[in-house]
Design a protein around this ligand. Sequence first.
Ligand code: 13P
Ligand code: SF4
Length: 326
Amino acid sequence: MEERYSARIARAGNAVPCLEWPLHLPWIDAIERLKRHRNAIIMAHSYQSPEIFHGVADITGDSLALAQAAADCDAEVIVLCGVHFMAETAKILAPDRTVLIPDPEAGCSLAASITAEDVRYLRALHHGAPVVSYVNTSAAVKAESDACCTSANALQVVEAMGADKVIFLPDQYLGQHVASRTAVELVLWDGRCEVHEQFTAQQVRHTREQFDALVVAHPECSPEVLAEADFVGSTTAMGNWLKEKQPPRVALVTECSMADNLRSQFPQIEIIKPCNLCPHMKRITLPNIHACLADLRHPVQVPGRVAARARNSLQRMLAIGRRDAV
Ligand code: 13P
Ligand code: SF4
């Protein structure tokens, strides 16, 4: 069995200790057989554990790449290895497919921070201002929005609204970062990512001095942390920056698995990883991927009217695309 999966084992490099492969390979083999049987594909966010990211995923990427892939997909079944809003986004963009999430409890502190009612309240308060929602929101919040964005295109989407004032939800830190780069006035919400808000400026300074490393940070971190970084960018922009700059040593101020998953792409760069794990992303495991494919367990459903309105917001974002400008 090891020979059959030797390319995947090699791609994972040291991110998966060799002692663990005998535990993972029977699951990987069984999942591969079920994928063929179900005409299914597996999409995995870059924060997934390396045995999932390298072991069973057909498509990997940030939330924008996964949304685009779902919109273009022709498999009958999509297994979304990520958090619930990502699976909902896939279902909204691919309504005729069966979209499964291995653990429906995989949530997100940003998505949980705001409701559709909150959006209506803000609209009434700031009459006429368009609403841009980060994709880290529920389908109901997307349905109340004019457009969605991800960290890869937030600035671009805000400016595409053509308004002097935009309501930007729900990530306050991403919003502050975008506000610092545009003349558009942003009305912000007080949502935070429970993983990225843990980083401190002092930790970043310490890492830089201790390891003599450049620092790359995700815009969900606080403004104090971002001020210390050599580069601020989305999940994909981080990879692009490493490719272009090729620093000898870099510290990634983001979710822990990103470092594991980037290492195989950049073996010549020493990547220092933080220990902040997203507990929601880590609810996805090889056994629960297998169980959801075996029984078509945990299909994601979005009520028709909500889905139609949320789809408009997502499609507006996809039409604007990606510039990785934040
Ligand atoms: P990306 O949009 O960069 O994939 O980030 C999603 C996320 O949940 C970051 O914490
Ligand atoms: Fe949500 Fe933060 Fe986890 Fe991303 S890392 S899914 S923003 S809680």
